[in-house]
Design a protein around this ligand. Structure first.
Ligand code: UDP
Ligand code: MG
Length: 140
């Protein structure tokens, strides 16, 4: 498996509860390096565009409202098989179904307020990290 990069967001439910460091510790203790990171408050337009793929889903408007309800931390994570590794560390979308020890099992409040976003493919990772970071801001 090659060294990859993936895009991650620590969501507003987690920043509100001061969990940025606890979540980053899960990444770092499992072989993912944080090679870019910044805290920001998304605009409605930014959140709508980011989750455009879900625009037809019933949860879309609530999801956008949640994602702009507080600051987020956007990140690029680097490591062996980073895309799949991060998805494993995150756990299932619904924390009720998430495996023991995963970020969502440990920290998520609900299927919506589930603490983290992670890219689901290398292709989407490239698009998503370019949406929030200039190439010069990603330092491996
Ligand atoms: N989501 C939701 N209700 C649902 C499914 C998803 O509120 O029934 C939210 C949740 O915050 C999730 C995000 O929409 O993380 C994107 O959904 P996706 O299916 O891509 O899940 P993920 O890839 O984040 O596990
Ligand atoms: Mg997804």
């Amino acid at each position: 498996m090659a060294i990859e990069r993936t895009f991650s967001i620590i969501k507003p439910d987690a920043t509100r509860r001061n969990l940025t460091g606890a979540i980053n510790a899960v990444f770092e203790s499992n072989g993912l390096r944080i090679v870019a990171q910044k805290r920001l408050w998304m605009s409605v337009a930014q959140a709508k565009k980011f989750y455009e793929v879900h625009a037809a889903r019933p949860f879309y408007n609530d999801l956008v409202e949640f994602m702009v309800s507080g600051p987020v931390v956007v990140q690029v994570l680097e490591g062996e098989g980073a895309v799949a590794k991060n998805r494993d560390l995150m756990g299932a979308t619904n924390p009720a179904n998430a495996a023991e020890g995963t970020i969502r099992k440990l920290f998520a409040e609900s299927i919506e307020a589930n603490s983290v976003h992670g890219s689901d493919s290398a292709e989407n990772a490239a698009v998503e990290m370019a949406y929030f970071f200039a190439g010069t801001e990603i330092v491996g």
